[in-house]
Design a protein around this ligand. Structure first.
Ligand SMILES: Cc1ncc(COP(=O)(O)O)c(C=O)c1O
Length: 429
């Protein structure tokens, strides 16, 4: 199980990235997300080493986790940004990314937001010609269009973003017309993009999808005489979440992509960059979410109650996602139990894991939920007025708080009670 790579046991204590999980949980309380800087850096190194340095650019899809401390680590490592909207662009700029390191890939945004993104000077990757038309009168200097190459693959239907029925991108014929329109509007710096799905562990899919995409891009480039400045193959590189899953073979994947690039030499001129924009691969395994068992009950089904709800980790309720869970202080417990791991939210979908086998746990015990670095905190909410998790970063044998736990006041700040509805004596919420 690769996902245990970053755990050690020393004197009976479970360590993550060299630090004692129980001790950190006592100090900071739970639910607690613990990130490791060294794991993030290792993931970035692996991706960068898999491709030739020249004419390759790694962008981080910040929707996976936009904690500014994490963005800052990635900026220091020379990684660029894939942003989904104006706020993501603004946060990337605030954390020090230069505008030439940011590509915005919005979809279905209102025209005024697109115009504001344009004013920041970043490249915009338009999802459709209808989005480009909203800024065609004064277009960005560099743009690309998102192609739907007619195929997609994701771990779940909700994370499959190419092929039939996908809300993203344009089919090749529509893209050809879109590039014509963009050129007529005076845009000369052009790229091309696809993103077909998330958490893919099969190198063959990347072989097939990049081959199809490069062939479409090459045809557009020939027909319109375009030399693309970049060819962006999106993200989607998977990490294992289940016991029987192997890590993505990055060497094989990159070899397939490089092979396909060689077959489309006309597309990849010496001035054309290959761009990749993974989110999950860079941060997923860099964090664990630590929760404490609160209480248990066993009637028709064994329920292991914890302080972590679906407001903090929504992926199991949203997609049926599975996150590995390991006991922290009961790691060596010989007794096992079967049951659902549930949280404090008033929904029956508030199940972090269903029907799993785990070492027998008692109230007060700690569990570690793995792969908590991607699409956990960025998808979390304050449903039921529950705080989001506190987040800390392990960095060079020091630990730093990188997100405080919400207090009630933090969650109330934007609410206003009109004067005439206020309770007597109330000054503020
Ligand atoms: C445009 C775009 N790029 C990149 C990504 C990152 O995907 P992943 O985290 O699977 O690498 C996404 C995620 O949905 C996306 O929509």
């Amino acid at each position: 199980m690769d996902y245990l790579d970053y755990f050690d046991i020393v004197n009976g204590k479970l360590l993550f990235s060299g630090e004692d999980i129980s001790e950190l949980s006592e100090k900071y309380g739970t639910p607690l997300i613990i990130y490791s800087r060294s794991i993030i850096e290792r993931n970035v190194r692996e991706l960068m080493n898999a491709f030739d340095k020249e004419n390759f650019s790694l962008h981080y899809a910040m929707k996976a986790n936009y904690n500014p401390a994490i963005l800052s680590i990635l900026r220091e490592k020379g990684v660029g940004i894939d942003a989904a909207n104006l706020n993501e662009v603004l946060l990337a700029l605030k954390t020090g990314f230069s505008k030439d390191k940011i590509i915005a890939s919005p979809n279905n945004l209102p025209g005024n937001e697109l115009k504001k993104i344009k004013e920041t000077g970043v490249t915009i990757n338009f999802d459709d010609i209808s989005q480009f038309n909203m800024v065609a009168a004064d277009p960005p200097e560099t743009i690309s269009f998102r192609i739907n190459p007619g195929m997609g693959k994701g771990e779940f239907e909700g994370t499959t973003t190419g092929g039939k029925g996908s809300k993203f991108g344009m089919p090749p014929e529509a893209a050809l017309k879109a590039y014509e329109t963009a050129i007529e509007s005076g845009v000369h710096r052009l790229g091309i993009h696809m993103m077909t799905g998330s958490n893919v562990l099969d190198p063959e899919f990347f072989r097939e999808s990049t081959r199809t995409f490069f062939s479409i891009a090459s045809e557009i480039s020939h027909k319109l005489g375009i030399t693309f400045e970049f060819v962006d193959i999106g993200g989607g590189f998977g990490v294992p979440y289940r016991d029987n899953e192997e890590s993505l073979d990055l060497g094989r994947t990159s070899n397939y992509i490089k092979e396909n690039m060689k077959n489309y030499r006309d597309l990849f001129t010496e001035n054309t960059k290959l761009i990749m924009e993974p989110g999950r691969y860079i941060v997923a395994n860099s964090a664990v979410l630590i929760s404490r068992v609160t209480c248990k009950k066993d009637y028709d089904r064994n329920m292991i109650g914890t302080d972590t709800g679906m407001n903090i980790l929504i992926r199991p309720a949203l997609y049926g996602a599975i996150h590995p869970i390991i006991p922290v202080n009961k790691f060596f417990n010989k007794k096992e139990e079967r049951g659902d791991v549930v949280g404090p939210i008033c929904e029956n979908t508030d199940k972090i894991a269903k029907d799993i086998s785990i070492q027998k746990l008692e109230p007060g015990d700690l569990i570690a939920i793995l792969n908590a670095g991607a699409y956990v905190t960025s998808m979390s909410s304050n449903y039921n007025l529950q705080p989001k998790a506190m987040e800390i970063l392990l960095d060079n044998r020091e630990e730093y708080i990188i997100r405080e736990r919400d207090e009630l006041q933090d969650m109330l700040n934007n609410f206003i009670i009109p004067e005439h509805l206020k309770a007597i004596g109330m000054d503020r919420l």
